[in-house]
Design a protein around this ligand. Structure first.
Ligand code: SAH
Ligand code: DHB
Ligand code: MG
Length: 217
């Protein structure tokens, strides 16, 4: 979960820059109703994703972890008319709700939600994405990264959310349990990108941590 209260800097950004459109507001409300608000990216992170994505004029974004489509909508608002998002979601109920939100936003022709284990979905996707956004099950991040590093185009971008692993990688106890597998996977995720000569990488110090990497070769 992310914090339930905004810092002053976040509140400023939300007030001035990170405005949700009406469908995003609807999605946020549904997440709140279902006790899932905070699993989605925050408005500040959503606008940041949109801004980063816009830099590379993507034809194809692959998102791993859809939930109700909140981050999907933020990124979709940076798409040219002929561009597309493929978003992978394991939970059939989440996938169905996200599709409903995508329809409400009039984006059904540009956002495809593939239901199933993303580890399987991506193996069968024969694509060269411009952006890969990783935000699903934390123990699988290293698997998702392995695919993303080979699939993303040169000049393209890989983004990972929650890369402080709820504070566990920075020695901060936020009262959230995790597993040794998640710690190993997330450490490997960050370390692999940090060490790779093929990528220029860093972290944006959001509360949850957002690792960003651009493929150079
Ligand atoms: N990106 C979303 C939040 C995603 S939450 C947003 O910011 O709005 C993580 C999602 O990943 C959950 O919906 C969960 O069901 C899904 N998930 C978990 N394991 C998965 C897997 N193996 N393959 C695909 N999706 C998975
Ligand atoms: C959780 C997952 C996320 O991707 C996130 O950003 C916050 C919380 C979770 O599983 O609790
Ligand atoms: Mg996340």
């Amino acid at each position: 979960m992310s914090r339930d209260s905004y810092s002053k800097s976040e509140a400023y950004i939300v007030e001035h820059f990170a405005h949700e459109d009406n469908v995003m507001k609807t999605v946020a409300e549904r997440l709140r109703q279902d006790g899932k608000y905070g699993i989605n990216v925050s408005p500040v992170e959503g606008k940041l994703l949109q801004w980063i994505v816009g830099l590379v004029a993507p034809k194809l974004i692959v998102e791993i972890g859809t939930l109700y489509g909140y981050s999907t909508l933020w990124m979709a608002r940076a798409l040219a008319p002929d561009a597309k998002i493929i978003s992978c979601e394991f939970d059939p109920k989440h996938a169905e709700i996200a599709r409903e939100h995508v329809r409400m936003a009039g984006l059904s022709d540009r956002v495809e939600i593939k239901q199933g284990d993303a580890k399987v979905t991506i193996k069968n996707l024969n694509v060269t994405p411009d952006v890969v956004f990783i935000d699903a099950d934390k123990p699988s991040y290293k698997n998702y990264l392995e695919w993303a590093m080979s699939a993303v185009r040169v000049g393209g971008i890989i983004i990972g959310d929650n890369t402080f692993l709820f504070g566990h990688l920075i020695g901060e106890d936020r009262g959230e349990r995790t597993s040794a597998a998640a710690v190993a996977s997330m450490s490997a995720f960050n370390e692999t990108l940090a060490q790779s000569k093929n990528f220029r990488s860093t972290m944006i110090p959001t509360y949850e941590g957002m690792t960003v990497a651009q493929r150079l070769y």
